[in-house]
Design a protein around this ligand. Structure first.
Ligand code: 5GP
Length: 204
């Protein structure tokens, strides 16, 4: 049973919450869910690849893309620019996929404005202490950890803007819950392809 239109799932979380791992597992478990790869001016971290984690571009190119209207949304996060490409989203939706976006709250708000049917999921760490510990274990610089922790309150306070809230106190449970959300959203009556239902009704 096909949905009439692909669904946009947005996942936001303070960094260190396990969001990247959760997204990777969702993509593996759900074949027609595809990641929208963002563009960024941030430099790649060790192990990150261009065209896989992000499209890494310089500020001049990013500003040119803004001028050309290439982004559905873009935002400055921790001094770097990040943007969601219109073409990438449209190509994925037009080829019958659902799309997963890992973007911040500014981006989530803009996506909801443009696509009111999109589904917004916020992931919380079990506690601030645990988040600090995870960032510390990732070998982030102390000032990076401080910056990121300072931003958490700003982000978390806006949780009600999201449709769903997950707490990643157990990775497997959080993945399972995220998959439940995706599957339930796909089965909503307002998303079901009308032609499919009309044909089914004719057989009754
Ligand atoms: P990181 O540099 O750790 O990969 O990402 C920093 C923040 O930028 C994360 O909160 C991530 O979700 C957000 N982000 C990544 N891509 C985009 C995007 O295209 N648009 C917006 N608004 N935020 C993004």
């Amino acid at each position: 049973m096909k949905n009439s239109q692909g669904i946009i799932f947005v996942i936001s979380a303070p960094s260190g919450t396990g969001k990247t791992t959760i997204c990777e597992r969702l993509l593996k478990s759900s074949p027609n869910l595809k990641m929208s790869i963002s563009h960024t001016t941030r430099r790649p971290r060790a192990g990150e690849k261009d065209g896989v984690n992000y499209y890494f571009i310089d500020r001049t190119k990013f500003e040119e893309m803004i001028k050309n209207g290439d982004f559905i949304e873009w935002a400055e996060v921790y001094g770097n620019l990040y943007g969601t490409s219109k073409k990438i989203i449209n190509d994925l939706l037009n080829s019958g996929n659902d799309v997963l976006l890992d973007i911040d709250i500014q981006g989530a708000k803009n996506i909801k404005k443009i696509y009111p049917e999109s589904v917004l999921i916020f992931i919380l760490p079990p506690s601030i202490e645990e988040l600090a510990r995870r960032l510390y274990n990732r070998n982030e610089e102390p000032n990076v950890i401080r910056n990121r922790l300072n931003r958490v309150a700003e982000e978390v306070i806006q949780y009600e803007f999201y449709d769903y809230l997950l707490i990643n106190d157990n990775l497997e449970k959080a993945i399972e819950e995220a998959l439940c959300i995706i599957n339930a959203e796909r089965l909503k009556t307002n998303r079901i392809n009308k032609d499919f239902m009309n044909n089914f009704l004719k057989t009754i």
